[in-house]
Design a binder for this molecule. Structure first.
Ligand SMILES: *[C@@H]1O[C@H](CO)[C@@H](O)[C@H](O)[C@H]1NC(C)=O
Ligand SMILES: *[C@@H]1O[C@H](CO)[C@@H](O)[C@H](O)[C@H]1NC(C)=O
Ligand SMILES: *[C@@H]1O[C@H](CO)[C@@H](O)[C@H](O)[C@H]1NC(C)=O
Ligand SMILES: *[C@@H]1O[C@H](CO)[C@@H](O)[C@H](O)[C@H]1NC(C)=O
Ligand SMILES: *[C@@H]1O[C@H](CO)[C@@H](O)[C@H](O)[C@H]1NC(C)=O
Length: 345
């Protein structure tokens, strides 16, 4: 009853069972190692899979025996990376990460005004812990500011107990007669120190000299200092070129050096002129002469076109040049028209 095929087949199987087939090098399981690792194994030989450090077994066979068939059984072992504690949030800062698994590294940065107390990156270790420990973002503070010599604090308020926070400001003022060099305002920097301090220096000015045809008044003191003032005046018929009051500047000189300038006597008896945009009678408006700096415009006649135009004249320290084109209207020639009376060109 036995078929010849069956006989053949059983004969083959007997041969395999007796001699056995060798197993090849076993398949790689991700993140695992095999011991012993060889290129071939005899039937009955055992191998063990271990998850590599930092990886955990998620079930499946770990220990396999090479069967007589020479074919390793299907390995269901799974090794997965350890996961470190969640670290995706950093107060007053930010975390850069892809995952929190071994062996990844995450990095940290703080918002402005905060500094990293700790390292700027951490790695998830084989043990599933962050190394080094996670940092914190701590507020940047500056100690109370130093006060420069000859200065006082005008504005300062500690905002973090006795310290100041990043970008806080303090403002200095110099003692009287001392001038500020540099910025009066300092700020708490990201380095936890203050920006450069200003300097206060005593500044002296020379005694102002009396102007010709005038006088100057100043405080009766041994020395004149920053912000001291002097006032100028002129004698009769002279007037001041410059401000009445000057001040000792931080550069050690006076803000201006006024002088006294003579007024102008008028050689013209009768003329209508433009003065500050208005027509005025020269002899009436400037009865007492013109002051230094005064400007008027005389009317002249264009004979060809029978029209009038103006030319300017200014009193400069006692002298005024009457425009050549201006012809004083003679009182005898009363029938002639004055230049200012005719059409402008
Ligand atoms: C910085 O961190 C260490 C450790 O966490 C802590 O002891 C220290 O007080 C911190 N320093 C500041 C200024 O926050
Ligand atoms: C602030 O300064 C005062 C006076 O210097 C001191 O007595 C106090 O202990 C300081 N406070 C803190 C929180 O440092
Ligand atoms: C003075 O310093 C403050 C704060 O650092 C800054 O904002 C300001 O622009 C500075 N002023 C000048 C004139 O440099
Ligand atoms: C503040 O500290 C930084 C860093 O230490 C330094 O480069 C800078 O010169 C300091 N600034 C001042 C005004 O001292
Ligand atoms: C004051 O002195 C400075 C520097 O010597 C100069 O540049 C400035 O023009 C002087 N000011 C006056 C009003 O003379």
């Amino acid at each position: 009853m036995t078929s010849p095929v069956l006989v053949l087949l059983s004969g083959f199987l007997c041969h395999v069972a007796i001699a056995g087939q060798t197993c090849p090098q076993p398949d790689d399981v991700p993140f695992s190692t095999v011991t012993p690792l060889k290129t071939s194994y005899d039937p009955g030989e055992q191998i063990v899979y271990f998850c590599k450090p930092g990886y955990l077994s998620q079930g499946g066979m770990r220990r396999l025996t090479c069967p007589f068939t020479g074919i390793w059984p299907l390995n269901t072992l799974k090794c997965t990376p350890r996961v470190c504690p969640f670290a995706g949030i950093l107060d007053n800062g930010a975390v850069r990460y892809t995952t929190f698994e071994y062996p990844n590294t995450i990095s940290f940065a703080c918002n402005s005004g905060y500094y990293l107390n700790g390292t700027n990156s951490a790695q998830c270790t084989e043990e599933g812990k962050w190394s080094p420990e996670l940092p914190v973002c701590a507020p940047i503070t500056c100690p109370p500011p130093p006060v420069p010599k000859f200065a006082t604090l005008r504005i300062y308020k500690p905002s973090a107990r006795n310290n100041s926070l990043y970008r806080d400001r303090a403002v200095f003022k110099c003692l009287p007669h001392h001038a500020m060099f540099g910025n009066d305002t300092i700020a708490c920097t990201a380095h936890g120190n203050w920006t450069e301090l200003p300097e206060c220096r005593e500044v002296k000015c020379p005694f102002p000299s009396r102007p010709e045809n005038g006088f100057v008044n100043y405080p009766a003191k041994q020395v004149l200092l920053y912000k001291d003032k002097a006032t100028y005046g002129c004698h009769d018929t002279y007037n001041l070129d410059g401000p009445e009051e000057v001040e000792c500047t931080k550069l050690g000189n006076w803000s201006a050096q006024p002088s006294c300038k003579a007024s102008c006597k008028l050689s013209v008896k009768k003329a209508t002129v433009l003065y500050q945009g208005e027509r005025v009678k020269l002899q009436e408006r400037f009865k007492n002469g013109m002051l230094h700096g005064d400007k008027v415009s005389f009317f002249c006649k264009n004979k060809e076109k029978k029209c009038s135009y103006t030319e300017e004249a200014q009193c400069v320290d006692g002298t005024i040049e009457i425009p050549k084109c201006f012809k004083e209207h003679s009182s005898l020639a009363f029938w002639k028209t004055d230049a200012w009376d005719i059409m402008p060109c």
